[in-house]
Design a protein around this ligand. Structure first.
Ligand code: NAP
Length: 310
């Protein structure tokens, strides 16, 4: 089968760390162009805009958008209008309405749209979902703590409105728990901690629940200077499940069932799924994690704390 000709848009940290290696190893895709304002991968034609790429006559079937969320809507709309299949980094857009509009536009144009959630492709997520389906969950605690200086050095967009602040990693935890739990989650309470000099939160505490009233608490914090913690602990009748390393490790009681690689295992899975969607004419758009973030900004108390200086 001929590979899907794809262009990568927004050549920054995640494009270089994950997308380029995953595409290089994939038999489903051929990376034919890059679109970015500054630099692109060696040996691939580079364009400043999607329209410039199309005007140059490059034959392309799909784009994968790795720009920051603000501005991604316009890029995705022009790709869809040109009849290209579109894969979106998380979060899928700058607002829920933008993401819904992209889903409608893709449906009308007959192209595939894939809103990726890379943590859902971590090796312990599906086994955790299967275990939860067989157990009555009593309590869930999510701890997502990392050092913003280590993971987002110099990324100013992440502190601007629409950059999401600590919800940029926190949404990964929400993408995992909304996949694992069988029923929809809703937010009941939140507190967001904004540094006095920033427009986005550096920490957040969320309380959520499901239709059964299961308590689900989450703590997101970007001020961790020790070991990163990306953990979800689930207590159920008859057992305790611990997900750690962002979904790469799964223990039930004292027994470890999965202890796989970290994020490196996720992107090949995302591209395999995108290829399947393109080849079967489908889309995969799940906005549940994004809605919870929007609800946290809407319902949460906003508390101002000391300035953050990088
Ligand atoms: P990044 O390092 O800042 O890269 C984004 C790239 O997009 C920039 O290098 C820039 O390249 C281009 N760009 C286009 N418009 C831009 C704008 N208005 N402001 C800044 N850059 C713009 O960001 P990233 O960490 O790769 O994150 C990109 C997306 O991937 C985010 O949605 C993030 O949540 C997601 N993600 C990141 C990670 C991670 O570990 N960093 C992990 C998973 C997912 P040009 O200047 O050449 O145009």
């Amino acid at each position: 089968m001929a590979p899907i000709r794809i262009a990568l848009v927004g050549i920054g940290k995640i494009a270089r760390d994950q997308h380029i290696p995953a595409l290089a190893a994939s038999e489903d895709f051929e990376l034919v162009a890059a679109v970015s304002r500054h630099t692109g991968p060696e040996g691939i034609p580079l364009f400043r805009t999607i329209d410039d790429m199309l005007a140059a006559g490059i034959k392309v079937d799909a784009v994968s958008l790795c720009t920051p969320p603000v501005g991604r809507y316009a890029l995705a709309r022009s790709a869809i209008a040109a009849g290209l299949h579109v894969m979106l980094e998380k979060p899928p857009a700058a607002s829920v309405t933008e993401a819904e509009d992209l889903a409608n536009a893709a449906r009308r144009r007959g192209v595939s749209l894939y809103t990726t959630w890379h943590t859902r492709a971590a090796p312990a997520i599906e086994p955790a979902r299967a275990w939860v389906a067989e157990h009555n969950v009593r309590d869930v605690v999510i701890t997502w703590r990392e050092d913003v200086k280590k993971w987002h050095p110099g990324q100013e967009w992440i502190w601007e409105p629409g950059g999401l602040g600590v919800f940029d990693p926190g949404i990964n935890a929400l993408s995992a728990i909304t996949r694992i739990m069988p029923d929809a989650l809703h937010l009941t309470d939140a507190e967001l901690f904004f540094p006095a000099n920033r427009a986005a939160p550096i920490a957040a505490h969320l309380t959520m629940s499901d239709a059964n009233g299961t308590p689900i608490r989450a703590e997101f914090d970007w001020r961790e200077e020790g070991q990163d913690r990306w953990d979800i602990d689930i207590v159920a009748d008859g057992g305790r499940l611990a997900l750690s390393k962002g979904g790469a490790r799964l223990a039930i009681g004292d027994k470890v069932f999965v202890d796989g690689g970290a994020i490196d295992a996720e992107y090949p899975g995302l591209y395999a799924r995108f290829a399947e969607l393109v080849r079967t004419g489908q889309s995969d758009v799940d906005l549940a994690p994004f809605r919870l973030v929007a609800d946290a900004f809407m319902l949460g108390r906003h508390t101002t704390i000391e300035p953050f200086i990088e």
